[in-house]
Write a protein that binds this ligand. Structure first.
Ligand code: IDP
Ligand code: MG
Length: 140
């Protein structure tokens, strides 16, 4: 087992419905620690750059519009196997396929407005954490 860090985003559908505390409780109950956190309203350029990996996908333009439609909370989660554990707590991308008890099953509005982002590999986690946070903002 290794202690890892992963990048998490509470998306605009979650901040709009005042769900940040309920979602953070899911992370903490599962043993992940929130070691950095801030609330931002992303610009189109910032959201576009963050999701650049998806720029050829048909949903890219809508995704960028959604991610800039309201505030987000970006955070670094730390714990044993944090990348995979967070993906488990989040549930499947499409809430219709998400397991009971997962964030997306309980809170997501749609496949797009699915409440949370989580890094999908340790390598991407390092890049995504560095996209939003400097070293001194992460307090383990
Ligand atoms: P993930 O967030 O579970 O890792 P990705 O495939 O990386 O899923 O997609 C990134 C985000 O793009 C999703 O969380 C969701 O907000 C949005 N998205 C993914 N697939 C679709 C789709 O088919 N239609 C609309 N939005 C989508
Ligand atoms: Mg993804």
């Amino acid at each position: 087992m290794t202690v890892e860090r992963t990048l998490s985003i509470l998306k605009p559908d979650a901040t709009r419905r005042n769900l940040t505390g309920k979602i953070n409780a899911k992370f903490e109950e599962a043993g992940l620690r929130i070691v950095a956190q801030k609330r931002l309203h992303l610009s189109e350029a910032q959201a576009g750059a963050f999701y650049a990996v998806h720029k050829e996908r048909p949903f890219y333009k809508d995704l960028v519009a959604f991610m800039t439609s309201g505030p987000v909370v970006v955070q670094v989660l730390e714990g044993e196997n944090a990348v995979a554990k967070n993906r488990e707590i989040m549930g499947a991308t499409n809430p219709a396929n998400a397991a009971p008890g997962t964030i997306r099953k309980e809170f997501a509005e749609s496949i797009e407005a699915n409440s949370v982002h989580g890094s999908d590999s340790a390598e991407n986690a390092a890049t995504e954490v560095a996209f939003f946070f400097s070293g001194i903002e992460i307090v383990g």
